[in-house]
Design a protein around this ligand. Structure first.
Ligand code: WTA
Length: 655
């Protein structure tokens, strides 16, 4: 009955004709955390609503004002309030007698497991906090974290939070170059890493990439190294310190100092429309409030009984908010899984769900589409009956994937929450409320209580129901980014200039006849590849940095599994020859090395010319047509319209 995964523009067309609705089951609604009156209540007095949500946290000093928006777009939330994020995630649960509750069930890819309680996690974080302090880390100093998905990554983050040192977690799949740029940009002085990581059954190196990155980071004083794989690594005496010879020997007592609500909590780099990644700054009180509330409301979290699993990497914002800060602030039990979904077999996720009785699963559509490809027979071998709610994040979920997810994973019963948000928003903004909303496959539905979103046209005017435009957020929210690290102008330009007074998200969206919101993908030069944000410009810069490349243009072509795939068009320098398969392979590897494997183009096409307007702007739209093998659109603005014929002729199967 379930349709094949269909992609392409058809999906978008289908999406808008999708009529099915799944009203909440009465039994679910009866026990749900959220109620329909939350919307009206929040709309009545938004700031009072958020103040009530901030009361989910322990404040050592209460705020005097909920929001200071006197200097927009620079927000201050919970003005004058003081708190410690790690205390809120740890100590207070222990103090309340919940120290023996499990914080994480860790499942290593190679099959090793660890069960870590709140009391244990608190002690580990205190040890790491003491170690960082001993290494001279002061409140406000930045610490870079480049780690696999292991408990020490959470410990490292919370230790930073505990001493007020903003962390910047760099996804372990990024290259040494990418790590170096981020260390430079936020001027980190300490790096926390591990010898290596397990990935598809193999030990891969992380410390080696840190060593390479640090060749050009003279200000980094120390590298704290967790032993994960036991592989051989190079060692720089004086600089490198083993975690087990420092952190694990340190005192388990540490008094958490309270910081201002607006004290920086972390910087997370994300791709923008230029080549340079943006350091998104989140602060303490508002961010934690947003994570705690949304984790409770959107996932219907019952801290006493749920087993929650966000199957994402901690190196992305989804991991920050829904593996670390939201679940821990709420005292929940989570699963932390190190590896890939098909190691050692394609049923690994479902095996984990049955093993730990996971009740809430949160993952990306790209994973769901991969499972669809592997076949429904695989999850069918498992019970999955413990699941009572499933969620999706990171890209538009096409109705076919939504239906497959609901039928095959959610046994045709569980609510599915399609959650829209961004690194910049810190927490979920648009999503069905389980137990309240009648879900529509493919729609993120409505802004959460306390969140104000709309879809506007080019002039910034809200569109009518039934029409599309740009997604904007119309009021500030507690977990909003505060700025781009070190670049207030870029913050204002990127998000607040396109439509004055409105936050421009960079996504296209449509309001259906009921006014519910459907996300349609990015409207800028940002691609979404398997749920990872990458900028076309960033990859173009990497390509042109190669001595054989004269010019490059990159587009995101629709892809059945990964949503978008990277397709590059390059013009080679004359001396590079005509570009055989070896050159193409060399260039793909070059991009992987410069940025990371996730940025390796699926395809590189060597061309003689690129389509440009008379003003010299590359028309990516036309290249996208070629990459997707569909009829070429309007070429009248091209400086030389025969270019497209040339490019088409050069393609496999071209005329
Ligand atoms: C996309 C990930 C459609 C969107 C949390 C956004 C989505 C970008 C959804 C942010 C969704 C995220 N439906 N699109 N439910 N969730 N996106 O910063 O384009 O890695 O702008 O944050 O992912 O990606 P980021």
């Amino acid at each position: 009955m379930v349709a094949e995964p269909s992609e392409t523009d058809e999906t978008i067309a289908n999406l808008l004709h999708e009529q099915r609705r799944f009203p909440p089951e009465a039994s679910f609604a009866a026990q749900a955390n959220a109620t329909s009156s939350d919307y009206e209540e929040a709309a009545g007095d938004r700031l009072a609503f958020w103040a009530r949500q901030a009361d989910r946290l322990d404040w050592s000093q209460k705020w005097s004002e909920v929001l200071d928006w006197s200097n927009p777009p620079f927000a201050k939330w919970f003005v004058g309030g003081r708190l410690n994020a790690a205390y809120n995630c740890l100590d207070r649960h222990v103090a309340a007698g919940r120290g023996e509750k499990v914080a994480y069930y860790f499942e290593g890819e190679v099959g090793d497991t660890r069960t870590i309680t709140y009391a244990q996690l608190t002690r580990m974080v205190c040890q790491a906090a003491n170690t960082l302090t001993r290494l001279g880390v002061m409140p406000g100093d930045r610490v870079a974290i480049y780690m696999p998905m292991i408990p020490e990554t959470v410990v490292a983050m919370l230790a930073c939070a505990r001493i007020g040192a903003p962390h910047t977690v760099v996804f372990g799949g990024f290259s040494a170059d990418a790590l170096r740029t981020r260390i430079h940009d936020c001027d980190a002085r300490i790096v926390i890493t591990s010898d290596g990581a397990y990935r598809r059954g193999k030990a891969t190196g992380l410390k080696s990439a840190v060593d390479e990155a640090l060749l050009d980071c003279p200000d980094v004083r120390n590298v704290l190294v967790v032993r994960r794989t036991g592989q051989e690594i190079d060692w720089t005496p004086g600089r490198d310190i083993w975690w087990h010879e420092s952190v694990e020997l340190a005192s388990t007592e540490h008094n958490a100092e309270a910081f201002d609500a607006e004290h920086p909590l972390y910087v997370m780099y994300t791709s923008g429309t230029t080549g340079k990644p943006k350091g998104i700054l989140h602060t303490t009180g508002g961010y934690l409030t947003g994570c705690a509330y949304t984790h409770w409301a959107v996932f219907d979290l019952k801290a006493e009984s749920d087993i929650f699993w966000t199957a994402a990497d901690i190196g992305w914002v989804t991991g920050h908010s829904y593996i670390v800060y939201g679940p821990l602030a709420n005292g929940a039990t989570s699963v932390l899984y190190e590896g890939t979904p098909d190691t050692p077999h394609q049923g690994r996720w479902w095996e984990i769900i049955d093993k730990y009785n996971v009740s809430i699963l949160y993952c990306a559509p790209t994973a769901i589409r991969t499972f669809m490809k592997w076949g429904a027979g695989i999850p069918a071998k498992y019970s999955l009956r413990s699941l009572r709610l499933i969620g999706s994040v990171g890209e538009p979920i096409n109705p076919a994937a939504y239906m497959w997810y609901r039928e095959n994973i959610g046994h045709g019963q569980t609510p599915v929450v399609d959650t829209w948000w961004q690194t910049e928003t810190g927490a979920i903004m648009i999503s069905p409320l389980p137990g309240v909303t009648a879900g529509k496959p493919g729609a993120a539905m409505r802004p959460l209580p306390g969140v104000a979103a709309d879809v506007v046209n080019d002039a910034g005017t809200p569109v009518e129901n039934g029409s599309g435009g740009y997604l904007v957020l119309t009021e500030p929210w507690p977990s909003m980014l505060r700025t781009i690290w070190g670049d207030n102008d870029r913050y204002v330009d990127t998000y607040w200039s396109r439509f004055p007074g409105l936050y421009f998200a960079g996504d296209g969206a449509k309001k259906d006849d009921d006014g519910d919101i459907w996300l349609l993908g990015r409207v800028d030069d940002v691609m979404n590849v398997a749920g990872h944000r990458l900028s076309t410009t960033e990859i173009e810069s990497a390509l042109v940095a190669h001595p054989k490349v004269a010019e490059a243009a990159v587009v995101g072509a629709l892809d059945e599994t990964t949503g978008q795939a990277i397709v590059a068009f390059v013009i080679l320098r004359t001396e590079a020859g005509d570009g055989g398969p070896e050159v193409v392979q060399e260039l793909r590897e070059h991009v992987a090395k410069e940025i990371g494997k996730i940025a390796r183009p699926r395809q590189i096409m060597v061309v003689a010319e690129l389509p440009k307007t008379r003003s010299g702007k590359i028309m990516r739209r036309l290249l996208k047509d070629v990459a997707q093998d569909r009829p070429i659109g309007d070429v009248t603005t091209l400086a030389d319209s025969s270019v497209m014929d040339l490019i088409k002729a050069g393609m496999p199967g071209g005329a």
